[in-house]
Design a protein around this ligand. Structure first.
Ligand code: GLN
Length: 478
Protein backbone atom coordinates (compact mmCIF):
# COMPACT_ATOMS: atom_id res chain seq x y z
CA UNK A 1 0.00 0.00 0.00
CA UNK A 2 1.30 3.48 -0.79
CA UNK A 3 2.21 5.76 2.08
CA UNK A 4 -0.30 8.37 0.97
CA UNK A 5 -3.21 5.95 1.33
CA UNK A 6 -2.18 5.09 4.88
CA UNK A 7 -1.64 8.78 5.64
CA UNK A 8 -5.09 9.65 4.37
CA UNK A 9 -6.67 6.89 6.43
CA UNK A 10 -4.77 8.12 9.48
CA UNK A 11 -6.05 11.65 8.85
CA UNK A 12 -9.64 10.38 8.71
CA UNK A 13 -9.18 8.26 11.82
CA UNK A 14 -7.74 11.17 13.79
CA UNK A 15 -10.45 13.52 12.60
CA UNK A 16 -13.06 11.08 13.93
CA UNK A 17 -11.34 10.43 17.26
CA UNK A 18 -9.89 6.98 16.54
CA UNK A 19 -6.35 6.30 17.63
CA UNK A 20 -5.39 3.06 15.90
CA UNK A 21 -2.10 1.34 15.08
CA UNK A 22 -0.80 1.68 11.51
CA UNK A 23 -1.25 -2.03 10.97
CA UNK A 24 -5.00 -1.80 11.56
CA UNK A 25 -5.28 1.40 9.54
CA UNK A 26 -3.48 -0.31 6.67
CA UNK A 27 -5.83 -3.24 6.87
CA UNK A 28 -8.90 -1.00 6.88
CA UNK A 29 -7.50 1.04 4.00
CA UNK A 30 -6.93 -2.10 1.98
CA UNK A 31 -10.45 -3.32 2.64
CA UNK A 32 -11.71 0.09 1.52
CA UNK A 33 -9.91 -0.38 -1.76
CA UNK A 34 -11.54 -3.71 -2.54
CA UNK A 35 -15.15 -3.96 -1.52
CA UNK A 36 -15.58 -7.66 -1.32
CA UNK A 37 -12.51 -8.97 0.45
CA UNK A 38 -12.64 -7.05 3.71
CA UNK A 39 -11.78 -9.49 6.47
CA UNK A 40 -13.43 -8.56 9.73
CA UNK A 41 -12.19 -10.59 12.67
CA UNK A 42 -14.96 -12.29 14.62
CA UNK A 43 -14.10 -11.49 18.20
CA UNK A 44 -16.88 -13.03 20.26
CA UNK A 45 -16.70 -11.55 23.75
CA UNK A 46 -16.87 -13.85 26.70
CA UNK A 47 -19.57 -12.05 28.65
CA UNK A 48 -17.48 -11.98 31.82
CA UNK A 49 -16.71 -8.28 31.69
CA UNK A 50 -20.09 -6.65 32.06
CA UNK A 51 -20.35 -5.55 35.68
CA UNK A 52 -23.99 -4.55 35.31
CA UNK A 53 -26.93 -5.07 37.55
CA UNK A 54 -29.07 -7.47 35.54
CA UNK A 55 -27.98 -11.09 35.45
CA UNK A 56 -30.30 -12.84 33.05
CA UNK A 57 -29.21 -16.07 31.39
CA UNK A 58 -29.16 -14.53 27.89
CA UNK A 59 -27.15 -11.41 28.88
CA UNK A 60 -30.01 -9.57 27.22
CA UNK A 61 -30.44 -6.92 29.89
CA UNK A 62 -27.95 -4.31 31.17
CA UNK A 63 -28.97 -1.75 33.81
CA UNK A 64 -32.32 -2.48 35.45
CA UNK A 65 -34.30 -0.62 38.10
CA UNK A 66 -34.32 -2.18 41.57
CA UNK A 67 -38.09 -1.91 41.40
CA UNK A 68 -39.64 -1.78 37.91
CA UNK A 69 -41.03 1.70 37.19
CA UNK A 70 -44.76 2.22 36.78
CA UNK A 71 -46.39 5.63 36.22
CA UNK A 72 -50.02 4.56 36.16
CA UNK A 73 -51.85 1.28 36.47
CA UNK A 74 -54.42 2.16 33.84
CA UNK A 75 -53.91 2.37 30.10
CA UNK A 76 -53.69 0.18 27.06
CA UNK A 77 -50.31 -1.21 28.21
CA UNK A 78 -51.24 -1.81 31.86
CA UNK A 79 -49.31 -4.81 33.14
CA UNK A 80 -47.07 -5.00 30.06
CA UNK A 81 -43.39 -5.27 31.03
CA UNK A 82 -40.93 -3.34 28.86
CA UNK A 83 -37.17 -3.18 28.30
CA UNK A 84 -35.52 -0.43 26.26
CA UNK A 85 -32.53 -0.77 23.92
CA UNK A 86 -29.54 0.93 25.46
CA UNK A 87 -29.26 3.68 22.85
CA UNK A 88 -32.54 5.25 24.02
CA UNK A 89 -32.58 7.51 27.11
CA UNK A 90 -34.33 6.24 30.22
CA UNK A 91 -34.14 8.45 33.31
CA UNK A 92 -31.71 7.39 36.04
CA UNK A 93 -30.46 4.24 34.31
CA UNK A 94 -26.94 4.04 32.94
CA UNK A 95 -26.85 4.20 29.14
CA UNK A 96 -23.98 2.65 27.16
CA UNK A 97 -25.04 2.15 23.52
CA UNK A 98 -23.36 -1.26 23.91
CA UNK A 99 -19.98 0.50 23.97
CA UNK A 100 -17.44 0.78 26.76
CA UNK A 101 -16.61 4.27 25.43
CA UNK A 102 -20.08 5.71 26.07
CA UNK A 103 -21.43 6.38 29.55
CA UNK A 104 -24.31 8.54 30.64
CA UNK A 105 -27.08 8.51 33.21
CA UNK A 106 -29.82 10.54 31.49
CA UNK A 107 -32.00 12.85 33.56
CA UNK A 108 -34.99 12.28 31.26
CA UNK A 109 -37.01 9.66 29.39
CA UNK A 110 -37.08 9.69 25.60
CA UNK A 111 -40.65 10.49 24.44
CA UNK A 112 -40.95 6.94 23.04
CA UNK A 113 -40.39 5.69 26.60
CA UNK A 114 -42.53 8.22 28.50
CA UNK A 115 -45.46 7.50 26.18
CA UNK A 116 -45.31 3.79 27.06
CA UNK A 117 -45.20 4.66 30.77
CA UNK A 118 -48.19 6.98 30.34
CA UNK A 119 -50.18 4.03 28.94
CA UNK A 120 -49.46 1.88 31.99
CA UNK A 121 -46.31 -0.02 30.92
CA UNK A 122 -43.99 -1.46 33.58
CA UNK A 123 -40.43 -0.36 32.79
CA UNK A 124 -37.86 -3.00 33.73
CA UNK A 125 -34.60 -1.62 32.35
CA UNK A 126 -32.14 -1.48 29.45
CA UNK A 127 -31.38 -4.07 26.79
CA UNK A 128 -27.93 -5.07 25.53
CA UNK A 129 -27.01 -4.17 21.95
CA UNK A 130 -24.23 -4.06 19.37
CA UNK A 131 -21.93 -1.02 19.83
CA UNK A 132 -23.70 2.07 18.46
CA UNK A 133 -26.20 -0.26 16.77
CA UNK A 134 -23.64 -1.60 14.32
CA UNK A 135 -23.63 -5.31 13.64
CA UNK A 136 -26.29 -7.78 12.55
CA UNK A 137 -25.45 -10.70 14.88
CA UNK A 138 -25.39 -9.71 18.56
CA UNK A 139 -21.83 -10.95 19.12
CA UNK A 140 -20.01 -7.65 19.59
CA UNK A 141 -21.43 -5.74 22.55
CA UNK A 142 -18.67 -4.53 24.86
CA UNK A 143 -20.84 -5.99 27.64
CA UNK A 144 -20.79 -9.49 26.23
CA UNK A 145 -22.41 -11.65 23.63
CA UNK A 146 -26.22 -12.03 23.75
CA UNK A 147 -27.46 -15.63 23.74
CA UNK A 148 -30.30 -16.66 21.44
CA UNK A 149 -32.85 -18.31 23.77
CA UNK A 150 -34.02 -20.60 20.94
CA UNK A 151 -30.58 -21.99 20.18
CA UNK A 152 -27.33 -20.97 21.88
CA UNK A 153 -25.30 -22.10 18.84
CA UNK A 154 -27.01 -19.58 16.54
CA UNK A 155 -26.66 -15.80 16.77
CA UNK A 156 -29.40 -13.76 18.45
CA UNK A 157 -29.19 -11.24 15.60
CA UNK A 158 -28.50 -7.53 15.92
CA UNK A 159 -28.22 -4.86 16.63
CA UNK A 160 -31.23 -4.96 19.03
CA UNK A 161 -29.98 -8.34 20.24
CA UNK A 162 -30.89 -7.93 23.91
CA UNK A 163 -34.35 -6.61 23.05
CA UNK A 164 -35.24 -9.66 20.94
CA UNK A 165 -33.61 -12.16 23.31
CA UNK A 166 -35.37 -10.67 26.35
CA UNK A 167 -38.76 -11.00 24.64
CA UNK A 168 -38.03 -14.49 23.29
CA UNK A 169 -36.88 -15.65 26.74
CA UNK A 170 -40.08 -14.31 28.32
CA UNK A 171 -38.15 -11.84 30.50
CA UNK A 172 -40.30 -8.94 29.23
CA UNK A 173 -43.42 -8.63 27.06
CA UNK A 174 -42.14 -5.81 24.86
CA UNK A 175 -38.70 -4.41 24.18
CA UNK A 176 -37.90 -1.27 22.25
CA UNK A 177 -35.35 -1.68 19.52
CA UNK A 178 -33.99 0.62 16.86
CA UNK A 179 -33.77 -0.21 13.17
CA UNK A 180 -31.45 1.53 10.71
CA UNK A 181 -30.87 -1.34 8.29
CA UNK A 182 -32.75 -4.17 9.95
CA UNK A 183 -31.77 -4.04 13.60
CA UNK A 184 -35.29 -4.66 14.92
CA UNK A 185 -36.33 -7.23 12.31
CA UNK A 186 -33.07 -9.22 12.12
CA UNK A 187 -32.86 -10.17 15.83
CA UNK A 188 -36.65 -10.63 15.98
CA UNK A 189 -36.34 -13.15 13.11
CA UNK A 190 -33.33 -14.90 14.68
CA UNK A 191 -35.12 -15.23 18.03
CA UNK A 192 -38.56 -16.15 16.61
CA UNK A 193 -40.50 -13.07 17.78
CA UNK A 194 -42.32 -10.12 16.15
CA UNK A 195 -40.33 -7.01 15.15
CA UNK A 196 -42.04 -3.77 14.12
CA UNK A 197 -39.94 -1.29 12.14
CA UNK A 198 -42.16 1.78 11.79
CA UNK A 199 -42.22 4.32 8.99
CA UNK A 200 -39.24 6.65 9.17
CA UNK A 201 -40.20 9.71 11.31
CA UNK A 202 -43.38 8.10 12.76
CA UNK A 203 -41.95 7.66 16.29
CA UNK A 204 -40.02 10.66 17.66
CA UNK A 205 -36.33 9.91 18.13
CA UNK A 206 -35.42 12.56 20.69
CA UNK A 207 -33.32 10.91 23.38
CA UNK A 208 -31.95 8.31 20.96
CA UNK A 209 -28.30 8.16 19.88
CA UNK A 210 -28.53 8.35 16.10
CA UNK A 211 -26.71 5.95 13.77
CA UNK A 212 -27.82 7.19 10.34
CA UNK A 213 -30.53 9.82 10.78
CA UNK A 214 -32.05 9.41 7.31
CA UNK A 215 -32.72 5.73 8.11
CA UNK A 216 -33.08 5.43 11.91
CA UNK A 217 -36.34 4.30 13.54
CA UNK A 218 -37.47 3.26 17.03
CA UNK A 219 -39.98 0.41 17.29
CA UNK A 220 -41.22 -2.49 19.43
CA UNK A 221 -40.28 -6.18 19.55
CA UNK A 222 -43.01 -8.41 21.04
CA UNK A 223 -44.29 -11.96 21.10
CA UNK A 224 -47.38 -11.15 19.03
CA UNK A 225 -48.46 -8.55 16.47
CA UNK A 226 -51.29 -7.15 18.58
CA UNK A 227 -49.01 -6.20 21.48
CA UNK A 228 -46.45 -4.70 19.11
CA UNK A 229 -49.20 -2.73 17.35
CA UNK A 230 -50.44 -1.29 20.64
CA UNK A 231 -46.94 -0.27 21.66
CA UNK A 232 -46.32 1.34 18.27
CA UNK A 233 -49.62 3.23 18.29
CA UNK A 234 -48.76 4.53 21.76
CA UNK A 235 -45.39 5.88 20.61
CA UNK A 236 -46.40 7.39 17.24
CA UNK A 237 -46.99 11.09 16.76
CA UNK A 238 -45.06 14.36 16.80
CA UNK A 239 -42.86 15.72 19.56
CA UNK A 240 -41.41 19.23 19.38
CA UNK A 241 -38.02 17.97 20.56
CA UNK A 242 -37.58 15.91 17.38
CA UNK A 243 -37.81 18.35 14.48
CA UNK A 244 -38.18 15.47 12.01
CA UNK A 245 -41.10 13.67 13.69
CA UNK A 246 -44.18 13.52 11.46
CA UNK A 247 -47.64 14.61 12.54
CA UNK A 248 -49.05 11.10 12.11
CA UNK A 249 -50.51 9.99 15.44
CA UNK A 250 -52.09 6.52 15.65
CA UNK A 251 -55.03 5.56 17.86
CA UNK A 252 -54.03 2.73 20.23
CA UNK A 253 -57.71 1.99 20.88
CA UNK A 254 -58.35 1.35 17.18
CA UNK A 255 -55.70 -1.38 16.94
CA UNK A 256 -57.99 -4.27 17.83
CA UNK A 257 -60.64 -3.42 15.23
CA UNK A 258 -58.34 -3.03 12.24
CA UNK A 259 -55.87 -5.85 12.76
CA UNK A 260 -58.24 -8.70 12.08
CA UNK A 261 -60.12 -7.31 9.08
CA UNK A 262 -57.78 -7.65 6.08
CA UNK A 263 -60.51 -8.73 3.61
CA UNK A 264 -60.13 -7.11 0.21
CA UNK A 265 -56.41 -6.30 0.53
CA UNK A 266 -54.05 -7.21 -2.29
CA UNK A 267 -50.59 -8.43 -1.29
CA UNK A 268 -47.69 -8.59 -3.75
CA UNK A 269 -44.96 -11.23 -3.78
CA UNK A 270 -41.91 -9.37 -5.17
CA UNK A 271 -39.37 -11.31 -7.22
CA UNK A 272 -35.85 -10.22 -6.21
CA UNK A 273 -36.21 -10.47 -2.40
CA UNK A 274 -37.29 -14.11 -2.93
CA UNK A 275 -34.79 -14.87 -5.71
CA UNK A 276 -31.90 -13.61 -3.58
CA UNK A 277 -32.98 -15.71 -0.58
CA UNK A 278 -31.99 -19.32 0.04
CA UNK A 279 -34.37 -21.47 -1.94
CA UNK A 280 -35.74 -23.34 1.06
CA UNK A 281 -36.40 -20.11 2.94
CA UNK A 282 -38.06 -18.54 -0.11
CA UNK A 283 -40.26 -21.59 -0.72
CA UNK A 284 -41.30 -21.82 2.93
CA UNK A 285 -42.32 -18.16 3.05
CA UNK A 286 -44.10 -18.33 -0.32
CA UNK A 287 -46.18 -21.23 0.91
CA UNK A 288 -47.37 -19.31 3.97
CA UNK A 289 -48.07 -16.15 1.95
CA UNK A 290 -50.32 -18.10 -0.42
CA UNK A 291 -52.49 -19.04 2.56
CA UNK A 292 -53.41 -15.35 2.99
CA UNK A 293 -56.04 -16.06 0.31
CA UNK A 294 -57.94 -18.01 3.00
CA UNK A 295 -58.46 -14.70 4.82
CA UNK A 296 -59.91 -12.89 1.81
CA UNK A 297 -56.60 -11.35 0.72
CA UNK A 298 -55.58 -11.45 -2.95
CA UNK A 299 -51.98 -12.61 -3.45
CA UNK A 300 -50.16 -11.85 -6.72
CA UNK A 301 -46.59 -11.78 -8.02
CA UNK A 302 -45.01 -8.35 -8.60
CA UNK A 303 -41.70 -7.22 -10.09
CA UNK A 304 -39.47 -5.27 -7.73
CA UNK A 305 -35.78 -4.91 -8.42
CA UNK A 306 -33.83 -4.36 -5.19
CA UNK A 307 -30.92 -3.23 -7.36
CA UNK A 308 -27.80 -2.57 -5.31
CA UNK A 309 -29.68 -1.18 -2.31
CA UNK A 310 -28.00 -3.60 0.11
CA UNK A 311 -24.63 -2.05 -0.64
CA UNK A 312 -26.06 1.47 -0.90
CA UNK A 313 -27.31 1.00 2.67
CA UNK A 314 -23.84 0.16 3.95
CA UNK A 315 -22.42 3.33 2.36
CA UNK A 316 -25.23 5.63 3.51
CA UNK A 317 -25.33 4.30 7.07
CA UNK A 318 -21.63 4.50 7.73
CA UNK A 319 -21.15 7.87 6.02
CA UNK A 320 -23.92 9.45 8.09
CA UNK A 321 -22.43 8.04 11.29
CA UNK A 322 -19.06 9.52 10.39
CA UNK A 323 -20.75 12.93 10.06
CA UNK A 324 -22.28 12.43 13.50
CA UNK A 325 -18.82 11.70 14.88
CA UNK A 326 -17.48 14.84 13.26
CA UNK A 327 -20.46 16.88 14.55
CA UNK A 328 -20.59 15.52 18.11
CA UNK A 329 -23.83 13.68 17.61
CA UNK A 330 -25.77 16.08 15.42
CA UNK A 331 -26.48 16.02 11.72
CA UNK A 332 -28.25 19.32 11.20
CA UNK A 333 -31.62 19.03 9.54
CA UNK A 334 -31.91 15.30 10.08
CA UNK A 335 -30.44 14.29 13.41
CA UNK A 336 -32.30 14.15 16.66
CA UNK A 337 -29.31 14.51 18.95
CA UNK A 338 -30.36 17.90 20.18
CA UNK A 339 -30.15 16.96 23.85
CA UNK A 340 -27.12 18.56 25.45
CA UNK A 341 -26.68 15.61 27.79
CA UNK A 342 -26.50 13.18 24.91
CA UNK A 343 -24.23 15.41 22.88
CA UNK A 344 -21.76 15.78 25.73
CA UNK A 345 -21.73 12.02 26.23
CA UNK A 346 -21.23 11.47 22.51
CA UNK A 347 -18.32 13.93 22.46
CA UNK A 348 -16.70 12.20 25.43
CA UNK A 349 -17.10 8.82 23.71
CA UNK A 350 -15.65 10.19 20.50
CA UNK A 351 -12.66 11.59 22.37
CA UNK A 352 -12.22 8.25 24.07
CA UNK A 353 -12.33 6.47 20.68
CA UNK A 354 -15.22 4.22 19.74
CA UNK A 355 -13.14 1.08 19.36
CA UNK A 356 -12.16 -1.35 16.68
CA UNK A 357 -15.59 -2.77 15.90
CA UNK A 358 -16.95 0.68 15.01
CA UNK A 359 -13.71 1.71 13.29
CA UNK A 360 -13.81 -1.23 10.89
CA UNK A 361 -17.35 -0.34 9.95
CA UNK A 362 -17.06 3.45 9.74
CA UNK A 363 -13.62 4.23 8.40
CA UNK A 364 -13.93 2.80 4.87
CA UNK A 365 -17.01 4.90 3.95
CA UNK A 366 -15.66 7.91 5.87
CA UNK A 367 -12.49 7.60 3.85
CA UNK A 368 -14.38 7.29 0.57
CA UNK A 369 -16.68 10.15 1.51
CA UNK A 370 -13.74 12.44 2.28
CA UNK A 371 -11.62 11.44 -0.70
CA UNK A 372 -14.41 11.57 -3.31
CA UNK A 373 -16.03 14.78 -2.11
CA UNK A 374 -19.18 12.89 -1.16
CA UNK A 375 -19.59 11.24 -4.59
CA UNK A 376 -19.89 7.72 -3.15
CA UNK A 377 -22.62 8.84 -0.73
CA UNK A 378 -24.42 10.66 -3.55
CA UNK A 379 -24.44 7.62 -5.81
CA UNK A 380 -25.66 5.40 -2.95
CA UNK A 381 -28.43 7.91 -2.34
CA UNK A 382 -29.39 7.91 -6.03
CA UNK A 383 -29.57 4.10 -5.94
CA UNK A 384 -31.91 4.38 -2.95
CA UNK A 385 -34.11 7.01 -4.57
CA UNK A 386 -34.46 4.91 -7.73
CA UNK A 387 -35.49 1.94 -5.58
CA UNK A 388 -38.07 4.08 -3.77
CA UNK A 389 -39.57 5.02 -7.12
CA UNK A 390 -39.78 1.39 -8.23
CA UNK A 391 -41.43 0.51 -4.93
CA UNK A 392 -43.96 3.34 -5.34
CA UNK A 393 -44.94 1.84 -8.71
CA UNK A 394 -45.49 -1.54 -7.03
CA UNK A 395 -47.74 0.14 -4.46
CA UNK A 396 -49.91 1.41 -7.31
CA UNK A 397 -50.70 -2.27 -8.01
CA UNK A 398 -50.88 -3.78 -4.50
CA UNK A 399 -51.61 -2.61 -0.95
CA UNK A 400 -48.61 -4.30 0.64
CA UNK A 401 -45.80 -6.72 -0.17
CA UNK A 402 -44.35 -9.64 1.78
CA UNK A 403 -40.75 -10.91 1.65
CA UNK A 404 -38.62 -13.29 3.72
CA UNK A 405 -37.11 -11.18 6.54
CA UNK A 406 -33.75 -12.95 6.47
CA UNK A 407 -32.43 -14.55 3.29
CA UNK A 408 -31.03 -17.47 5.26
CA UNK A 409 -31.56 -19.28 8.53
CA UNK A 410 -29.99 -17.55 11.56
CA UNK A 411 -26.22 -18.05 11.17
CA UNK A 412 -24.03 -19.91 13.65
CA UNK A 413 -21.78 -18.04 16.09
CA UNK A 414 -18.64 -16.55 14.55
CA UNK A 415 -19.76 -17.15 10.95
CA UNK A 416 -20.55 -13.54 10.08
CA UNK A 417 -17.18 -11.92 9.53
CA UNK A 418 -17.01 -10.08 6.21
CA UNK A 419 -19.20 -7.36 4.80
CA UNK A 420 -20.56 -9.89 2.29
CA UNK A 421 -21.70 -12.07 5.20
CA UNK A 422 -24.01 -9.20 6.26
CA UNK A 423 -26.03 -9.41 3.07
CA UNK A 424 -28.12 -12.54 3.82
CA UNK A 425 -29.11 -10.84 7.10
CA UNK A 426 -29.84 -7.30 5.97
CA UNK A 427 -30.31 -7.60 2.20
CA UNK A 428 -34.10 -7.83 2.48
CA UNK A 429 -34.44 -5.41 5.41
CA UNK A 430 -32.22 -2.39 4.66
CA UNK A 431 -33.91 -1.44 1.36
CA UNK A 432 -37.05 -0.56 3.33
CA UNK A 433 -35.10 1.74 5.65
CA UNK A 434 -33.94 3.54 2.54
CA UNK A 435 -37.54 3.71 1.29
CA UNK A 436 -38.80 4.86 4.72
CA UNK A 437 -41.67 2.35 4.75
CA UNK A 438 -43.06 0.34 7.65
CA UNK A 439 -41.90 -3.31 7.73
CA UNK A 440 -43.21 -5.81 10.26
CA UNK A 441 -41.45 -9.14 10.73
CA UNK A 442 -43.40 -12.20 11.95
CA UNK A 443 -42.22 -15.78 12.49
CA UNK A 444 -44.22 -17.94 10.06
CA UNK A 445 -42.65 -21.40 10.07
CA UNK A 446 -39.52 -23.36 10.96
CA UNK A 447 -36.87 -25.19 8.93
CA UNK A 448 -34.72 -27.81 10.65
CA UNK A 449 -36.03 -26.42 13.94
CA UNK A 450 -34.93 -22.82 13.18
CA UNK A 451 -37.39 -19.94 12.89
CA UNK A 452 -38.27 -18.47 9.48
CA UNK A 453 -39.91 -15.04 9.37
CA UNK A 454 -41.73 -12.98 6.76
CA UNK A 455 -41.92 -9.20 6.69
CA UNK A 456 -45.00 -7.22 5.63
CA UNK A 457 -44.27 -3.87 3.97
CA UNK A 458 -46.73 -1.07 3.15
CA UNK A 459 -46.25 2.50 1.87
CA UNK A 460 -44.76 5.09 4.25
CA UNK A 461 -47.15 6.03 7.08
CA UNK A 462 -49.45 3.10 6.25
CA UNK A 463 -48.15 1.35 9.35
CA UNK A 464 -51.60 0.06 10.29
CA UNK A 465 -51.81 -1.75 6.96
CA UNK A 466 -48.38 -3.37 7.39
CA UNK A 467 -49.52 -4.51 10.85
CA UNK A 468 -52.78 -5.87 9.42
CA UNK A 469 -50.88 -7.99 6.90
CA UNK A 470 -48.41 -9.07 9.59
CA UNK A 471 -51.31 -10.10 11.81
CA UNK A 472 -52.78 -12.04 8.88
CA UNK A 473 -49.45 -13.84 8.39
CA UNK A 474 -49.49 -14.67 12.09
CA UNK A 475 -52.97 -16.18 11.69
CA UNK A 476 -51.96 -18.44 8.79
CA UNK A 477 -48.49 -19.26 10.15
CA UNK A 478 -47.53 -22.85 11.01
N1 GLN B 1 -27.44 -4.92 11.61
C1 GLN B 1 -27.35 -3.96 10.55
C2 GLN B 1 -25.99 -3.31 10.50
O1 GLN B 1 -25.15 -3.69 11.23
C3 GLN B 1 -28.39 -2.94 10.78
C4 GLN B 1 -27.98 -1.94 11.78
C5 GLN B 1 -29.14 -1.24 12.32
O2 GLN B 1 -30.24 -1.34 11.83
N2 GLN B 1 -28.89 -0.46 13.35
O3 GLN B 1 -25.79 -2.42 9.74
Amino acid sequence: MTKTLLDEMRTQAERLGFSLPDELLTEIAESTQSDSDSDFEATVSSGTDRGHVADDAENALLAVYDEPRVHTDSGILAGVTVAVKDNIAVADLEMTCGSAAYALVPSFDAPAVSRLLDEGATLVGKANMEPFAMGPTGEFSDFGHVTNPLDPDRVAGGSSSGSAAAVAAGTVDVALGTDTGGSIRIPAACCGVVGVKPSHRLVPRYGFVDFAPSLDTIGPISTDVQTGAKALATMAGPDPRDPTAANRPMDPDAVDETLDSPEGLTVGVPDTPFDRSDERVADAVREVVDRLEDLGITVEPVELDLGETEFAYLSIGSAEFSWLLAGNGVVRGQGTGYSEELRDAFERARNEGLGEHVARRILPPAFLDATTGGAVYASARREGIAFGERLATVFEQVDAIVTPTLRSLPPGLGETTTRDDFIPLLGNTAPFNIAGTPAVSVPVTTLDGHPVSAQAIAPQFEDSRALQVARSLERVAD
